[in-house]
Design a protein. Structure first.
Length: 692
């Protein structure tokens, strides 16, 4: 079924009839007229949970979860009549349905009393989880069932055991208490480090060169530097911002060092060679040695390719500022952006009218229909169901299996809302005792502007990529049909979880796909072919230097969490050495950008995961979709061979069977190298056509 109906010509103006889905998303929910009977309908609670008609319902949900948890503990530690993993998964599901929902509401709800009640529920449930992780009776019941072979799903049982053992439950009392204390210390120092990483730098006004002061905001006799001003056209301002914002911070150094040392001690107590091995154990790469080998091979492959990028940027810099000849770290984002603008040959705003939010959702719906036989259907929400009036609700419906789940789309910016694009699981999928399936519920969050009565929200190319990326996570949750909630959808290894979302970015950069939905929001005219080709090619400009930067970040993360770094020492000394080995531009004296690198906390020893997911996504795209991007057979193979399993199969086995090849550091590094070379050839073709 075609989503776009024929474009009819009326006089001199062409108008397009959009599908119901596009019409819904091209109008901001707050701008719509509500049905006259809407106020007469009975109110429901958040996410259609009757307990949450009021913020006080979080207390009830928490108490219900605690009561159910006590019952399940009794069942597991007595004489269970069902597989142990089923009991443990019900425990996990019971707590996650409160914790995940509460965590999202804590972050996203604009009303303080709702956010506060949600936070209290999060704290209470976290306390319950902490007690469960150190409950010896539960651990021994699961361990013994594994030994007897009565646990049920062996892989899931091992994952639960690993969760226990990361808390040191297998240790004597003294070391076990030390593990608890270290986890608490890591949580506290990590939170403080992340808060400090985002703080603006307050600098005396006279410390700023007079010729660049106007680029920074003032606060009395001080200047506030809130970032590195990466895309600023004034080279001196970029340099000043970089040096000031990334200057060493003694407090951040103390917090980072304390976190890293605590992680090393924790890993040592739990029997691991280093913290990186502990973090990577259940992943696609399995060991830190494999990760290091992958990074080394990729780094060697990138060296000459990245230098070509740097030489091109250096030539641009010499032309723009002849008195500054050397390319520096503060230059690369600016010249990458400038080169893309020059390649596109038009202002980026000229592309936006072809990417209304409704058009993009039509594109996503078209992909879902073509690949998987599912549709995204806009649903009217009940009074009280949403935390904000600007939220859309999608039902995901399969032509074969019916309703698969719901996606709530919280896409517009608002005061107090985090400026981050992300995907939240509210309820995971799970096979229920009666044979039915607990359908997943997720939220996709962006921070778009526009969408008022004056017209729909118009997305830039980056926002289109982000929308497709986050919907990739959401579709992973919807299409997964793992029997257990603990491993459903995106609840899988970190270096596997990004594969579906990065794969969606390939569709968003494929001319054959974009051509199907990129249409002017007023006239319905398709994007001109030359503009389309330039746009898709521009996404890969200077790809080698950008990838080399990601390798550098990943290598630093590994070094900080590896065995050699356990001795401690100054983190900037380590950074300087790693940068010399893995990056093509020199370290800038008296800077410490690691003090701003908050991913060291959230992704400790796993920052490499994005590169692995990108390599895997390219392997999937090249093997199954490059020749025929909208192939139903390829879509079904992806759904049945990969997406439906979530984390229920060890990632190495899952990927090997789906891709029909061994997953090694070498094959993954070569996949990324091949992707770079493919896109460089595509860019060369576009450049030649542009210069004719």
């Amino acid at each position: 079924m075609k989503l776009l109906k024929p474009i009819w010509v009326t006089g001199k103006r062409r108008v397009s009839t959009w599908s119901p889905l596009a019409t819904a998303f091209n109008t901001r929910p707050t701008s719509r007229s509500r049905p006259i009977f809407d106020s007469l309908r009975e109110r429901t609670g958040l996410f259609n949970k009757p307990e949450l008609t009021s913020f006080e319902g979080f207390h009830l949900l928490k108490e219900q979860a605690i009561t159910a948890t006590d019952r399940l503990i009794d069942e597991a530690t007595s004489n269970p009549t069902r597989p142990m993993v089923d009991i443990f998964d019900e425990l996990s599901d019971t707590l996650c349905k409160v914790a995940d929902l509460a965590e999202f509401v804590r972050i996203a709800h604009p009303q303080p009393h709702f956010a506060s009640a949600a936070e209290e529920a999060c704290i209470s449930v976290s306390g319950v989880v902490e007690k469960l992780n150190t409950h010896k009776g539960l651990y021994e019941a699961l361990r013994d069932s594994v030994k007897r072979g009565t646990c049920g799903d062996q892989h899931l049982a091992e994952l639960f055991l690993f969760d226990f053992e990361q808390s040191g439950i297998q240790l004597p009392d003294g070391p076990r208490q030390r593990v608890v204390a270290l986890n608490d210390l890591i949580l506290q120092t990590g939170q403080q480090f992340m808060a400090g990483a985002a703080k603006p730098r307050r600098v005396p006004r006279e410390a700023i060169p007079q010729n660049v002061r106007q680029f920074f905001s003032s606060e009395g006799e001080h200047v506030m530097v809130s970032g590195v001003y990466a895309e600023c056209g004034e080279a001196a301002a970029r340099e000043a911002a970089y040096r000031l914002y990334l200057a060493p911070d003694q407090r951040q150094e103390q917090l980072l060092s304390a976190t890293l040392q605590a992680r090393h001690q924790l890993a040592d107590l739990c029997g691991f060679r280093c913290y990186a091995d502990r973090a990577i154990k259940a992943s696609t790469m399995e060991t830190s040695a494999n990760v290091q080998q992958f990074l080394d091979i990729l780094s060697d492959n990138l060296h000459d390719r990245a230098n070509i990028d740097f030489e091109a940027m250096a030539a641009m810099k010499r032309k723009e500022t002849p008195y500054q000849k050397s390319l520096m770290c503060w230059d690369t984002p600016y010249f990458t952006h400038k080169a893309k603008t020059q390649l596109l040959n038009v202002a980026s705003s000229d592309f936006n009218p072809y990417f209304s939010l409704g058009a993009c959702m039509e594109g996503l719906n078209m992909l879902c229909q073509e690949l998987y036989g599912i549709t995204l259907q806009s649903e009217q929400m009940l009074p009280g169901e949403s935390w904000s009036p600007d939220v859309y609700k999608l039902a995901v419906v399969s032509e074969r299996d019916g309703l698969l789940g719901h996606i709530y789309c919280d896409l517009y910016e608002r005061p107090g809302k985090p400026h981050q694009d992300c995907h939240f699981t509210i309820r995971g999928g799970k096979l229920l005792p009666d044979g039915s399936y607990q359908n997943p519920i997720v939220v996709v969050m962006l921070s778009l502007s526009g969408g008022h009565r004056s017209g729909p929200a118009l997305l830039g190319a980056g926002a289109v990529d982000n929308l497709f990326h986050e919907l990739g996570h959401a579709l992973h949750s919807m299409l997964a049909r793992a029997p257990h909630q603990h491993v459903a959808g995106t609840r899988c290894a970190t270096d596997l979880a990004e594969l579906p979302s990065v794969l969606m970015e390939h569709f968003a950069a494929c001319p054959d796909v974009v051509r199907r939905f990129a249409r002017h929001f007023q006239t319905g005219a398709p994007m001109p072919e030359d503009m389309l080709q330039r746009l898709c090619a521009s996404k890969h400009l200077f790809g080698a230097s950008e990838m080399q930067l990601q390798v550098f970040y990943s290598a630093l993360d590994q070094q900080y969490h590896g065995r050699e770094a356990a001795r401690g020492g100054d983190t900037t000394d380590v950074l300087r050495q790693v940068q010399k080995r893995y990056y093509g531009l020199p370290y800038v004296h008296n800077t410490a950008w690691q003090h701003r690198f908050s991913h060291l906390i959230g992704y400790g020893a796993k920052y490499y995961s994005y590169l692995i997911s990108r390599a895997l996504a390219w392997a999937v795209w090249r093997r199954h979709f490059a020749a025929e991007p909208l192939s139903r057979s390829a879509g079904e193979a992806l759904r049945q061979g990969l997406l439906r399993h979530g984390g229920s199969i060890p990632p190495q086995i899952l990927l090997r069977d789906y891709l029909e090849t061994e997953i090694t550091p070498h094959t993954l590094a070569m996949a990324l190298t091949e992707e770079l070379d493919y896109h460089r050839d595509q860019l060369d073709t576009v450049f030649k056509l542009a210069n004719k």
